[in-house]
Each structure stands twice: as C-alpha cells, then as structure tokens.
Design a protein around this ligand. Structure first.
Ligand code: PAF
Length: 278
C-alpha cells in the first residue's frame, strides 16, 4: 500500500493511474477503522481499480473541542488493517495540508444540514462538506463510498455533489453490526461493558419500528420506539424520527422512501443508528 501525506504527491500518483485508465474509488474516514470501514473498502475494491482510503480527523466537523482531542487515532493498527484488506493508497495528511490557518468559508446546501444531527451539532455538516469537497477536488474519485450509519451525512454529501455538479458518484453501503446488533462505530471503543448492553436498545427499537411498520401510524411507531428506549437505564434519547428518506422531513404517506433514525447518549458516548423502513 502506498502512503501519502501531501496533496501534491497523492495528486501526481493518481494522475499517473488515471492516464493508465484506472478508475479511482475513495473511502473517506477519520480512522479508528472497524469492520464497517473495511466493508466500504470491499465495495470500493469490487467497483473501482484503485482504492484510496483517507484517514483525517477533520477538526472543522467537531462541535466539541474535547471530543476532537480525545478522538481515537490508532494510526499504526489502521495501516495494518488497510494493508490486510488490500487497500491501494492511504492518504493521511496533517491538518496543515488540508486547511490554511483560518478558513471561515462554508457551503450552504440547504435544510438537510440543519435537521436532526445538524440541529444538535450546529456547523457539523458544514465541516463535513468542507473536508469532503476538498477530498473530492483533490482525488477526483469516480465513486466515493460512505456508510449508511451516517444516513444524513450521505444525503448531505449527495446534495453537495448535485449542487456543485461534481462528477463523483456517491454510493451508500449497508450498516455493519456487532453480534448483538450494535452498529459499528469508531466511538464504540468509548463504551464500557454496561454501556454496550444499554446501547443495544437502539438497534432493538429500530427493529421494533420495522416489525410494527405495517400496523401503526408514524406517530404511534415513534411513541412505541421512544417509550421502549426510555425504559433503558443509562440511555438519554436525543431523537427517534420516522423521516422521509430523501428530505429527512417527517415522513408522510406520500414519502417514497421512509427511514427511522435514532440518536442517543449512552453513558458519555453519543451514538446514532437508523433503518430503512420502506
Ligand atoms: O464519516 C466520517 O468518518 C467523516 O464524517 C468523513 C466523511 C470522513 C468526513 O470527515
């Protein structure tokens, strides 16, 4: 696996690959890689010739400085995982390579960045679109792969690509879960044994909503899932929403795609999860 830390070296390398008619796949990550990330790599390998994984803990998408400071950065073990997974290129730049000292610009992609996660973490998606647009401009991938666990993020990035007429195709890959159903996340390392038990209520509530989908109204389903989560100790619910899968506004009977999204604090760790209901 080739490892680049500068934009220039990565760019020169990828230009050469493109001249050889290779298609480029991008898996953007913030590291602390788990099987969810590795499944994105597998998708990328099956659909493109040259797979680039970026590891960059993006400071502008963190709304809490302590969260940024303590974010896991196990780069040596990440490199081993990428090598065993057959990744072609790792791009692991320092912050100074991606940002000048004081960047205040942001993209305005409309309502999607302000709902749900955007409401709880104002500015988060502006940071995400800032870094992802920089990565897309630099790497010019044919296809970029993102996990469904961050469902809203995928919609936000899709919208950005659409608004800026970018050529990249955005692919959303299924959530990978641990044995009990907990969605894989780099933040799961923060959970102690009791938190892990409590956290299972989130995927169980989503399954409950899926099972009961045909038998209840959206409000009934939301109440059912919310009550179920609220009985679990150690879990503080931020939201459980049944939303239109394209706009993320509350679902209506006219919604073509419907998704249930949940976010909660389990112990000191904030977790999100979702399931596509129809
Ligand atoms: O999903 C993530 O890990 C990050 O939000 C991303 C897309 C790599 C941007 O920093």
């Amino acid at each position: 696996m080739k490892i680049f830390t500068t934009r220039e070296n990565l760019h020169n390398y990828l230009d050469e690959r493109r001249l050889n008619n290779k298609t480029i796949g991008l898996v953007p990550t913030m590291g602390a890689l788990h099987n969810g990330h590795l499944s994105l790599l597998d998708f990328a390998k099956s659909q493109t010739d040259e797979v680039v994984c970026s590891i960059f803990v993006n400071p502008t998408q963190f709304t809490d400085p302590t969260d940024l400071e303590k974010y896991p950065r196990p780069i040596e073990s990440d490199i081993k995982k990428l090598e065993s997974a057959g990744c072609d290129v790792l791009f692991n730049p320092p912050v100074s390579e991606m940002y000048t000292a004081n960047e205040t610009w942001h993209l305005n992609i409309g309502h999607l960045e302000h709902l749900l996660e955007g409401a709880i973490r104002p500015g988060h998606y502006q940071g995400v679109t800032q870094i992802v647009s920089k990565l897309f401009n630099l790497i010019e991938p044919d296809i970029a792969f993102f996990g469904q666990k961050d469902y809203q993020q995928v919609l936000v990035i899709d919208k950005m690509v659409q608004l800026l007429n970018m050529k990249v195709k955005v692919v959303m890959c299924p959530i990978v879960r641990e044995d009990g159903g907990l969605a894989m996340s780099s933040r799961n390392v923060y959970l102690n044994a009791a938190d892990r038990e409590h956290a299972l209520v989130l995927s169980k509530a989503l399954n409950l909503a899926k099972e009961q989908f045909a038998h209840h109204t959206f409000t009934e389903l939301t109440n059912l899932a919310t009550d179920f989560i609220n009985t679990e100790p150690g879990v503080k619910l931020d939201y459980f929403e049944i939303a239109d899968g394209d706009s993320l506004y509350p679902a209506t009977p006219l919604s073509k795609k419907i998704v249930a999204l949940v976010a909660a604090r389990v112990g000191n760790t904030r977790l999100i999860d979702n399931v596509i209901l129809s």
